[in-house]
Design a protein around this ligand. Structure first.
Ligand code: HMG
Ligand code: MG
Length: 322
């Protein structure tokens, strides 16, 4: 049971290779992406979101999606069992299906709460995207592929304004009814504050008792880690972050700064939760990434390093919940 406030384990998903690089202003080479993915996996991150099967015209930064997955597959081991891939529609699902026999078994669909964001992000109304998602879920079932769903602009939309928690939960309910395994609420433009995060978290955990509830914060206004703490206190046990704090959504203006994985994980560890992740290795990964990208990254911890008492990996580890 992951949605339990007494559970001391926190499940973390590293989204930097997907959500970070999709918004990087310069092209990033496939080897740099692979190095980051492998570094996160080696650090003990249970699940890494490695790429998107989206239109290369819309997101040219991730045009090498198949090459990334092929390299991970050819690297051996169970790597593809620990990764997730974003698919926006049936075409994305068909591209991903090439890797199902190699172990890929987890995809992510995305829909915004508002038509304004959804049209900019996916060129569809919310209703049209829900239809697309229905087709993805139907295609996944016979393959036993886990479909998780991300609910974007869950607190506010750059085009349509504030979003009430009831509205985000109502959309999530439509996804739950389709049979998704996980609901990740995204603060796409970083407008949430801890009290609002607590409210939506408590509501979602109550309504979706049988489904994994995750939170995906952006640090656009400096509240990413505080929001993650509020979610934890409300009982959420699945968090997402991006190494070095890179990235954001190209279709939401000023959606800079996914919450920085290692900064957030330091808080999570300090509060006594177990993640199974070696924080030192995450910091090393951020330092290497900064060097490879040749740009200062927005995260903090990689500049100073973790306090020594935070450095030891916590006891728990392993795969994401089934
Ligand atoms: P569209 O132009 O409406 O697509 O785009 P279409 O169905 O009309 O097809 C047009 C062309 O795209 C065709 O090619 C299709 O084959 C192709 P053409 O005939 O012109 O050569 N196409 C595809 N190609 C590759 N893979 C596909 C695919 N589908 C169609 N899957 C589409 C619709 C959804 C494809 C487009 O809008 C798109 O790719 N959008 C990008 C969405 C995206 O990646 N957004 C960022 C991720 S979401 C996010 O960051 C938020 C999150 O982090 C949480 C949070 O922070 O809130 C998850
Ligand atoms: Mg995001």
């Amino acid at each position: 049971m992951t949605n339990s406030s007494v559970e001391s384990k926190v499940w973390f998903t590293e989204v930097g290779p997907r959500d970070g690089f999709q918004n990087w202003p310069q092209p990033v080479s496939t080897p740099v992406k692979l190095e980051l993915i492998n570094a996160a996996l080696t650090a003990g991150v249970p699940r890494v979101e490695v790429t998107s099967m989206v239109s290369p015209k819309w997101v040219p930064q991730l045009a090498d999606a198949e090459t990334v997955l092929e390299a991970l597959r050819d690297g051996g081991g169970d790597v593809l069992e620990r990764v997730r891939v974003l698919v926006p529609n049936l075409k994305g699902m068909e591209r991903a299906s090439r890797f199902f026999d190699d172990g890929l078994a987890n995809v992510l669909v995305n829909v915004g709460v508002t038509d304004g964001f959804n049209r900019h992000n996916l060129n569809r109304s919310v209703e049209e995207t829900l239809q697309d998602i229905g087709k993805v879920v139907a295609a996944a079932a016979p393959k036993k592929v886990r479909v998780d769903a991300s609910v974007s602009v869950a607190w506010g939309c750059p085009y349509d304004g504030p979003v009430a928690p009831e509205r985000a939960v109502a959309l999530a309910q439509r996804l739950a009814d389709m049979g998704v395994a996980e609901l990740a609420f995204g603060d796409t433009i970083g407008v949430a504050a801890p009290a609002e995060v607590r409210r939506l978290s408590e509501m979602a955990l109550q309504v979706f008792a049988g489904i994994d509830v995750a939170m995906h914060f952006h640090d656009t206004r400096g509240l990413g880690v505080a929001n993650a703490q509020a979610a934890l206190e409300a009982g959420v046990r699945l968090l997402e972050g991006s190494i070095g704090g890179i990235g954001g959504c190209p279709f939401a203006p000023n959606s800079t700064g996914n919450v920085c994985s290692e900064d957030m994980l330091a808080m999570v560890t300090d509060l006594g939760y177990q993640t199974g992740i070696d924080l030192d290795r995450m910091v090393e990964a951020a330092v290497s990434l900064e060097r490879a990208l040749g740009e200062k990254l927005p995260g903090k911890l990689h500049l100073a390093g973790p306090a020594p008492w935070l450095a030891a990996p916590s006891a728990a580890g392993g795969a994401m919940p089934a």
